[in-house]
Design a protein around this ligand. Structure first.
Ligand SMILES: Cc1cc2nc3c(=O)[nH]c(=O)nc-3n(C[C@H](O)[C@H](O)[C@H](O)COP(=O)(O)OP(=O)(O)OC[C@H]3O[C@@H](n4cnc5c(N)ncnc54)[C@H](O)[C@@H]3O)c2cc1C
Length: 519
């Protein structure tokens, strides 16, 4: 491809932009990066393969029901506020966040139930009801999570670990916190009752990690929830995504939907690297690219043939990938008003099931489920008198278990619904619309390696410096954002990854690219 065949840079403002940036993908991480880049003065184009922004936070609208496809537990709202404050705006002008309480209702197959609330007296009361002997241990555990939060979230969460020396500096603190211990092992040091151990250990599953081998750094999620609580956007997570997309366009950014990027070529022009993005029409030239696409897809397909990409691809193929999910969305013509917004239904097996999900080569017959009932907080998510649900079951990724999901999905969904009858009596007869999303859909629709739902697994050996870096070490001008880079998956994780990535870009491009070329 010659430079002459490329569309010229498009000066979109009266003043010269700091440079031209492309963001590939409009997941939470991509949108957060696009907003930051536009706020930094880059003329930014965000390419999205699908017809709506959001990525895993896509929205389905069926028969009057609104189904958020992915994230529903919104924590650490300050990272979203910060995106608006960069340009002197307020999040409240774009979306209203409603507090959710209890944060989760946990239910076990033996009938034990636990309302996980954010306020300490309420939480302690719930613990006392299950095992009074664990109250003191919980208090020590909470204090531990506060310390992990101060180090792992406040200090290191949005710092890009680009050099090994960054890791060396963080190592003593990680060693002091015994980051080599798993979440479950750490919780078990403080808490004796098995139900309570599970109650304070399940959080890594929210970001694709196995509680049995994810570093106890992830216990900081408990403190995030205690400190800020859990929220649900009015109108659903999709309303938050639409708000962020509107903010990006208010800032002058360009969001191109239905525009999958096919390839990116890297060229040198006047001593500077340019990225030529091909997405349907005329290829366009950019000073930098931030890829929010699956990190394996980024190197194996988008940058295929660019020096350094094949090595990254091979490295990613040696890494451990998070589990996948089976998600069933369904709307009912009746309400279940006694439900909590978020319910976790633990099956009879905990450790054995986790081993099957993360290392097994087949689809386990039993499951632990997360049930989402957004109408409890926002009745507008379903038609009058109806309830909008999704139920999610963690399942092995396709690299471990090559399940034919076309074959398995319907029956697996039926088995889940049958088990839900105990919590939602008569549910099967009340369903008016139903759809599912499988590991094969993650692979096909998001180009997710192994159909993983959360990208590279959050293990200590794949954390911080050992995770794919926010700035590619070999390809100048290529940056990553989202679940596959530091700090990792989950809405706060990917939004903080945008901060780490864009802080790096701001120091790599201190002045307008044209001035750099002239100087
Ligand atoms: C079912 C489910 C439930 C979850 N629940 C929660 C929760 O409650 N709370 C929480 O904090 N986290 C939750 N998570 C995790 C969280 O949703 C993700 O970690 C996060 O949303 C991922 O964001 P991302 O920025 O990495 O981008 P993604 O959401 O992965 O989006 C990437 C985008 O890139 C686009 N793309 C890919 N390739 C191309 C290309 N070649 N050209 C153009 N576009 C491309 C895709 O179409 C997609 O839109 C959940 C995840 C899932 C799947």
């Amino acid at each position: 491809m010659t430079v002459a065949a490329v569309a010229p840079a498009r000066p979109s403002r009266e003043h010269a932009a700091r440079g031209r940036a492309a963001v590939i993908g409009s997941g939470f991480g991509g949108l957060a990066a696009a907003i930051r880049l536009q706020s930094l003065g880059f003329d930014t184009v965000c390419y999205e393969a699908h017809d709506k922004p959001g990525g895993r936070a896509y929205v389905y609208e069926d028969a009057g029901f609104t189904f958020d496809a992915g994230p529903t537990v919104i924590t650490a709202p300050h990272c979203l506020e910060e995106l608006c404050e960069l340009s002197g705006r307020r999040l409240a002008d774009y979306v209203r966040l409603l507090p959710v309480s209890p944060l989760y209702r946990l239910q076990w197959s033996d009938g034990v139930s636990f309302d996980y609330v954010a306020d300490e007296p309420g939480l302690v009361e719930q613990i006392r009801r299950i095992n009074p002997g664990d109250v003191e241990g919980y208090r020590r555990f909470a204090d531990f999570t506060r310390q992990v939060f101060a180090k792992g979230y406040e200090e290191l969460g949005a710092v890009p670990f680009l050099n090994f020396s960054d890791m060396i500096r963080a190592a003593p603190a990680l060693a002091r916190l015994r980051a080599d211990r798993s979440v479950y092992a750490t919780v078990s040091r403080f808490i004796k009752d098995e139900h309570l151990r599970q109650a304070f250990s399940f959080h890594p599953l929210l970001v694709g990690g196995n509680p049995l081998d994810t570093s106890c750094v992830y216990t900081l999620i408990h403190w995030i929830e205690r400190k800020w609580g859990v929220f649900f956007p009015e109108g659903g997570t999709g309303a938050l995504i639409r708000g962020l997309a509107r903010l990006f366009s208010d800032l002058g950014g360009s969001l191109r939907l239905n525009t999958p990027v096919e390839r990116v070529a890297v060229q040198t022009e006047g001593g500077r690297t340019k990225h030529v993005v091909s997405a349907g029409g005329l290829p366009e030239r950019f000073d930098l690219v931030v890829s929010n696409a699956d990190v394996h897809h980024t190197y194996a397909t988008l940058y295929r043939g660019v020096p350094g990409a094949a090595r990254r691809q091979r490295r990613l193929e040696r890494m451990s990938w998070s589990m996948s999910l089976f998600v069933l969305y369904f709307g009912t013509n009746r309400r279940y008003p006694d439900l909590a917004h978020h319910t976790i239904l633990f099956g009879p097996r905990f450790q054995g099931l986790l081993r099957d999900i993360f290392r097994g080569s087949h689809l386990p017959e039993d499951f632990s489920l997360y049930l989402h009932a957004p109408t409890i907080t926002d009745p507008g998510m379903a038609p009058d008198g109806g309830e909008s649900f999704y139920v999610l079951s963690p399942v092995p990724h396709l690299g471990n278990a090559a399940i034919d999901w076309d074959e398995a999905a319907e029956g697996y969904g039926d088995a889940i619904l049958e088990s839900l009858e105990a919590h939602l009596p008569g549910v099967r007869g009340a369903i008016v619309t139903r759809r599912h999303f499988t590991p094969a859909d993650f692979a096909e629709k998001f180009r997710a390696h192994h159909g993983s739902a959360f990208s590279v697994a959050p293990q200590l050996t794949q954390t911080a410096y050992f995770r794919p870096h926010n700035r590619d070490p070999d390809i100048p001008g290529l940056y990553l954002v989202g679940a596959g880079t530091h700090p990792g998956a989950g809405v706060p994780g990917v939004v903080n990854s945008a901060k780490a990535t864009c802080d790096t870009i701001a120091s790599d491009f201190p002045v307008a690219v044209d001035e750099l070329a002239a100087g």
